[in-house]
Write a protein that binds this ligand. Sequence first.
Ligand SMILES: NC(=O)C1=CN([C@@H]2O[C@H](COP(=O)(O)OP(=O)(O)OC[C@H]3O[C@@H](n4cnc5c(N)ncnc54)[C@H](O)[C@@H]3O)[C@@H](O)[C@H]2O)C=CC1
Ligand SMILES: Nc1nc(=O)c2c([nH]1)NC[C@@H]1CN(c3ccc(C(=O)N[C@@H](CCC(=O)O)C(=O)O)cc3)CN21
Length: 294
Amino acid sequence: MGHLLMHPAQLGSAGNITHAYSLEVSAKDMPALSAAAPRIAPASTIAIPYLPREDNAARLAAAHTVRTLGFEPMPHLSARRIASFAGFESFIQRAVAEAGVERCFVIAGDPSTAMGPFSDSAALIDTGVFERAGMKVIGVGGHPEGHPVMSTAEQWDVLERKCRSIAQRGMTPLIVTQFAFDADIVLTWLKALRERGIEHPVRVGVPGPASIAVLARYAAVCGVSACASMWSKYGVSIGKLFGTAGPDLFVERLAAGLTAAHGEVSLHFFPFGGIAQSVKWIEQYRSRANPAPG
Ligand SMILES: NC(=O)C1=CN([C@@H]2O[C@H](COP(=O)(O)OP(=O)(O)OC[C@H]3O[C@@H](n4cnc5c(N)ncnc54)[C@H](O)[C@@H]3O)[C@@H](O)[C@H]2O)C=CC1
Ligand SMILES: Nc1nc(=O)c2c([nH]1)NC[C@@H]1CN(c3ccc(C(=O)N[C@@H](CCC(=O)O)C(=O)O)cc3)CN21
């Protein structure tokens, strides 16, 4: 991925964990992305979640905006929310034609039953629509905290199969994990992933700085655990469940724990507190990790 923008001297130093980060920005937040764009490295990946209240026109317009701003749009496709094969195929074809989309992220989605013909993300991959449209990278979800319906063995099996299918279709698999508040759980999961011989790049989901109330609400909506011990590890004391919290301790712990055995790892930010706040947090983290010489 040709967007090395840091000075070569910075590579390999502590601040490097934020290098080539990606951001998740929904269609309604495109004005905020445009405002923050000068502070984000050109060609950065911007994921566009498949939110239930947005339609395909809004998602395609967002992908176009991302491309126009000089970034790499990565639309999400939520298998269970897609009503028809034709709708799926035309969305992908239009994403390519109108926004030059080359990467997509597939996920089952939260509905307990499929609204159309696709009950899981493998079903989308197996249509062949992605490679026929010229897609280059397909992202799949990683679940370091576990999965509500699958056993651990099933999770690895499903992840391996999806990655194999993407590669066999001539595309590059990418694993993007659900956000989490406990870096140790992510490190353990990464090690297990590599021990299973899954060597594809991983983007670790990181919650952007936000009020603790907002973080707790997103955790609840997304089924992410946020118990007292995790809050405390995240740097939020239980007597102080107001105010805001950033991923400082999470990212520091992750960066400190990463070794060559964890393979290629970068960060994917969920800017729950707003795009500008996440970008500012990353700038501040970098300047702390890589103080200006002199
Ligand atoms: N702690 C939680 O509550 C978590 C929830 N999830 C949810 O699980 C989904 C997993 O997505 P992928 O990894 O792309 O799985 P996937 O598309 O690869 O599907 C794997 C298997 O899980 C089943 N499955 C997936 N989502 C389901 C759901 N919402 N209800 C019942 N069965 C489901 C599928 O039918 C399939 O058998 C996410 O969309 C998310 O909604 C994921 C991780 C954590
Ligand atoms: N299980 C699961 N489902 C998801 O949809 C999901 C994840 N996990 N993990 C990460 C991202 C985060 N996503 C989300 C989830 C919910 C909203 C949402 O409901 N937004 C509301 C505001 C909610 C609030 O502030 O409480 C909105 O109106 O945009 C947005 C993005 C999508 N993703």
